[in-house]
Design a protein. Structure first.
Ligand code: ADP
Length: 222
């Protein structure tokens, strides 16, 4: 696939496959194309070519995309309303909507907050809510753009734990991040981007991470 902005190629060509059950870290220095690639995978920006899902359908149909700033995604006046909004939009039966919202909030640990105003939540909880509202739609792949960028150290660990837990449910996760040191030990695969292309696609080898860090002028510390 390729992405163009006003005739300039920003991404690609990239030919890639994603598997369920896999946590993929999308790495790359600023401007390397992570966000644009992730948005193309989600079908949020136009792209040429195609990435096909294992069931033969376009990949974007199987994805749920979580924006970097969780506040931009808040649509409900309570946590519960926020999670059911998308489910109502896809026209599910009331019973199914409530079942899914309940299940999702249990998984993400927000059930006790279901009547809270989303804006009253902590940063980590807001991020969990943004993830919940997408998860409730039951995507096969969860696409996360810098999910810890707006969070302090404590909340980052909470999100890491949630992601570890979600991984066990069999969902595929593609996570664009600068916080390599937080996620590398739970990643199954690393995709390293540079100038809109994939420079490395494989296991989270320390050698690759060290090179990536040092290229950015930062010393790699485990
Ligand atoms: P990253 O997420 O890795 O920082 P981006 O995907 O945001 O990278 O950006 C990749 C490239 O695309 C950059 O050169 C950026 O300037 C360019 N770009 C991003 N968004 C737009 C846009 N809306 N119009 C034109 N160029 C853009």
């Amino acid at each position: 696939m390729e992405v163009f902005y006003t005739n300039k190629k920003i991404i690609g060509p990239i030919n890639i496959k994603f598997k369920n059950n896999e946590l993929v870290l999308l790495l790359g220095h600023n401007g390397s194309g992570k966000t644009t690639f992730l948005k193309a995978l989600a079908g949020v920006v136009n792209f040429k070519g195609e990435i096909i899902s294992s069931d033969g359908k376009p990949f974007y149909m199987a994805t749920g995309y979580v924006f970097q700033n969780p506040e931009t995604q808040i649509v409900g006046s309570t946590v519960w309303e926020d999670v059911i909004f998308g489910l109502e939009n896809i026209g599910l039966e009331r019973e199914e909507i409530e079942k899914r919202a309940l299940e999702t909030l249990k998984t993400t640990g927000l059930l006790n907050y279901k009547d809270f105003d989303p804006y009253s939540l902590s940063g980590g909880q807001k991020q969990k809510l943004a993830i919940s509202s997408i998860l409730a739609m039951r995507p096969k792949f969860l696409l996360l753009d810098e999910p810890t960028a707006m969070l302090d150290k404590y909340d980052r660990m909470i999100i890491k734990r949630l992601i570890e837990q979600l991984k066990k449910t069999g969902i595929g996760i593609i996570l664009a991040t600068h916080h390599v040191e937080i996620f590398y030990d739970i990643a199954d695969r690393i995709i390293l981007m540079k100038d809109g292309l994939v420079k490395y696609d494989g296991a989270a080898l320390e050698k690759v991470l060290r090179e990536y860090y040092e290229e950015g002028g930062v010393k790699w510390r485990k």
